[in-house]
Design a protein. Sequence first.
Length: 106
Amino acid sequence: MADQIRVAVVGAGYFGRFHADHYSRNPRAKLVAVVDTNEERARAVATEFGAEPAFDYRSIFGRVDAVSVAVPTPLHYQIAHALLDAGVHILVEKPITDSVESASTL
């Protein structure tokens, strides 16, 4: 499908797996990568949903249109900010960050 949105999921835990599952079944989305610093978990979830495993979120810059950020809350701001700077649309699990100030910055 020519108009598919290229997506990735950063974080291959419970919520990341949930996002990957839904993207993989959405005909408007192409799940490109599942990213996690735990290589075994990234490979397992990526394989399950037909995506490429990746181990550093920066490796997907330029290859995706949108990313679900499903990592522990203290990491949300750093990853979300870098993705936005790279021109990637984001969906961040709640809470968006661990402070009102950093959430406002995003």
